[in-house]
Design a protein around this ligand. Structure first.
Ligand code: NAP
Ligand code: HSE
Length: 430
């Protein structure tokens, strides 16, 4: 199979644009093997082409949009510059010339989506926008493909990574409002101007996009009333926590009497609720469907590489993966070794029935020590002359753990077959 070479013209090379270039540089070979397409980068439109950008070929940078939009060699235009003006005009030019467009721009889509889709339709080309909502979470693909006929009744979620990161930091009592916003900006989560992150407009734009797809109805930015966390005080976050609630900036859209009700506001969420556990810059979308029940999608909602993942996935959706994929293309088989259970590390729980005598715990502990395994906690419960010893071990070699358990089971003071469970999250696969 020979690969098609496709040139990607980039509009913008900031947090997301740089990450797209890095992803294609670092994973270009894998993408080519798996999809049958070689993705080449350039030209790249920026405001300041003279500024040095590590990892970016300066010869590809330009401040002339025509070099991207009018170049017949550009096969797909990726827009990661943001804003409405002049972006709308650039996308119009790209679509009218028949070039497929991938955009991460929720501001533009939630206001001008219908016009843009009409242009794409007229030119018989595609406009894709997975990165415009929830960064790495493929929620748009799920709504427009997997759950197309699933009768979605409600879309509720945390759609802004910056504010969720800020609320998480504030609830921990670590950072003030200002310091947490500055940290979110440093990490590349916030918009160039973070006003729309904190005042709820960014989440409202994303909710307009998601509910348009979910309810098969055009919902625009102006249709979504919003409030943000800019008026919220750290004191209220602390009071809510004392009362058993997390404060979250929630976006909610639902069908009510056949109509669509959509809004964004900070809300108190009971600590036991699934959305209360979403922390840091993660986003979550809870979909209530008439036919498929409740589905929750969770993952990184902001950040350069996280958003680049969605951008590249859209590019590949446009090109199609029918020429490749490892399932029907031997070249795409990475041929990774398959590891046996004893070849990975894990943490373990172990319950022993032992004689309640001095020295029993010491002899068990010394076996684990000899196998270079470290004990995290021990609990002993007496039951007459018998005792239960419950140990949790730190992550370590599974092979060493099994050897240790075999040796422990042979001790005279150990009376029943030891009970062994793996501990999740403390090693490869738990
Ligand atoms: P950014 O870091 O501010 O980068 C914007 C880029 O676009 C810069 O390279 C800038 O050029 C260029 N640019 C802006 N206006 C331009 C103009 N009028 N003409 C030419 N070039 C222009 O923004 P970002 O964080 O990468 O975000 C880009 C888009 O992705 C936005 O729509 C944003 O909402 C969306 N998004 C971002 C994230 C995230 O986590 N950051 C996640 C999802 C979606 P200079 O470099 O010369 O300034
Ligand atoms: N500024 C946005 C956020 C980026 O914090 O969620 C993702 O769209």
């Amino acid at each position: 199979m020979s690969a098609d070479s496709v040139r990607i013209g980039l509009l913008g090379c900031g947090t997301v644009g740089r990450a797209v270039v890095r992803m294609l540089d670092e994973h270009g070979d894998t993408i080519e093997r798996a999809s049958g397409h070689r993705l080449e980068i350039g030209p790249i439109l920026v405001r300041t082409p003279g500024r040095s950008r590590p990892g970016i070929d300066p010869g590809l940078l330009t401040d002339d949009p025509a070099r991207v939009l009018d170049d017949p060699g550009v096969g797909i235009v990726v827009e990661v510059m943001g804003g409405i003006d002049p972006t709308l005009d650039y996308l119009r030019r790209a679509l009218e010339s028949g070039k497929p467009v991938v955009t991460a721009n929720k501001q533009l889509l939630s206001r001008e989506g219908p016009r843009l889709f009409e242009m794409a339709e007229r030119s018989g080309t595609e406009l894709r926008f997975e990165a415009s909502a929830c960064a790495a979470i493929p929620v748009i693909k799920v709504l427009r493909e997997s759950l197309l006929a699933a009768e979605i009744r409600a879309v509720t979620g945390i759609l802004n990574g910056t504010t969720n990161y800020m609320l998480t930091e504030m609830a921990r009592g670590g950072l003030s409002y200002e310091a947490s916003l500055a940290a979110a900006q440093r990490r590349g989560y916030a918009e160039a101007d973070p006003t729309e992150d904190v005042n709820g407009a960014d989440a409202a734009a994303k909710l307009a996009i998601l509910s348009s797809i979910a309810f098969h109805t055009r919902v625009r930015f102006d249709d979504v009333p919003f409030a943000g966390i800019d008026e919220l005080s750290a004191e209220d976050v602390a009071h809510a926590a004392e009362l058993g609630f997390a404060v979250k900036l929630l976006a909610d859209a639902r069908l009510v009497d056949g109509g669509v009700s959509a809004s964004v506001a900070p809300m108190l969420v009971p600590l036991g609720h699934r959305l209360a556990a979403i922390s840091g810059a993660d986003n979550a979308v809870l979909l209530e469907s008439g036919t498929a029940g409740e589905i929750m999608l969770v993952g990184p909602g902001a950040g350069g590489s996280e958003t680049a993942s969605a951008v590249v996935s859209d590019v590949l959706s446009i090109l199609g993966t029918h020429r490749g994929s490892f399932l029907h293309n031997a070249l795409a088989d990475a041929g990774r070794p398959l590891l046996g259970e004893d070849q990975v590390e894990s943490a373990y729980y172990l319950r022993l029935s032992v004689a309640d005598r001095p020295g029993v715990l010491a002899s068990v502990a010394s076996i684990f020590g000899e196998e270079e395994l470290s004990i995290r906690t021990v609990v002993q419960k007496g039951e007459g002359s018998e005792a239960r010893l419950v140990l949790v071990l730190h992550r370590g070699s599974s092979a060493a753990f099994r050897r240790a358990v075999r040796r422990v089971a042979l001790l005279d003071d150990v009376h029943e077959t030891p009970v062994v469970l793996r501990v999740l999250g403390a090693g490869a696969g738990g």
